[in-house]
Structures are given as C-alpha cells and as structure tokens.
Design a binder for this molecule. Sequence first.
Ligand SMILES: [Zn+2]
Length: 189
Amino acid sequence: MIDAATESRFLDRIHYTTPSGCWLWTGTPSKDGYGLISVPGRGMVGAHIVAWEVFEGDRDGLFVCHTCDVRTCVNPHHLFLGTPADNAADMQRKRRGTNSLTVDEEAEIVRLYAGGGVSMQELGERFGISKSLVCKIVGGVGTGAKRLPVTQRAEVQALARAGELPQSAIGARFGITQSAVSRIANAEV
Ligand SMILES: [Zn+2]
C-alpha cells in the first residue's frame, strides 16, 4: 500500500483538466513514457500503478493497464487490472510495430537513414519503435531493391555507374539505402 506522504506527493502532481478526462501525471516520465514516482521500499513505481493503489486499493499482483492509451494518465476510471496475458496483449496493441507505422512513416525512416547522419537507434526513438524494427524497415528496403520498378532500377544503375552523384544521394532520391544503390550498381538489371 501507499504511505500517506507518498500519496500526497502523488496527488500534488496530477493535472486534472484535459478534454479527454485523462488525469496527467506531471512528474518525470520513464523512458517509455509512463509516469514514475518513487515509493519508499519499492524504488520507482509507475504512477498509474500508484494511482490504482491510492484510488482503488489492492491490485492482487495484477497489472494496471490503460483504457485510454495515455501512458501518463492516472485517472482510475481509465485504468483496469489485467493478467500478464492481458498486459502483453495490451502492450502488443499499443506498440507501434511495423504494421502500425504508416507507409509514409516507413518511407520517412528509410529516407532519413539513407540521408546519413542519423543512427537506427535515434530513428527508433524518434518513431517510437525498436532499433531492430528500424533495421528491418531499412534493411527491407535494402533487399527491397527488388521492389523498385525495373525502370527505376535501371535509372539508379545508370546514375551510380555515371559516378556523378554519391550513392547516398542517389539512394535518398529513390528512397533506398546506399548499400541498395551499391547492389543495384553492381547487379544485372
Ligand atoms: Zn486517461
């Protein structure tokens, strides 16, 4: 249970007025966007978990999930208890996987990466996906050199072989990676 001092620290940092009815925890969020509050003897605990314990009581070891998808929300009416399986399903639903990125977002990731100067890690953070997913998306376009229409492949190859533009610039123009350009340049079209 939450001690009185922690409870009052918790209550002091809630912003109650949002059009959605969310009560936003205004403390420092965790890296993955959940509110965090230190609880004596327990270290840093999710603010939504503390919210459940303050407003609803014991959670019987169950997970506290959001119905509103707002990770910093601590409105008990937007929270429900779930089993580990519910929680995993919930996380899965919310995680922005490759399937939930829009085509434009994927293209943007490829374009940014092909442009250089930004790491997969940074792109993952910017788009809220894992580095390995960025790798798949970027790499997908690498192998996806095959996905370019033949006419464009021919154009890429001609440009690359002409040697007037760096391969990275050609890649950026066609939305593919430098390594994909290199492969096309060295392959039969
Ligand atoms: Zn909410």
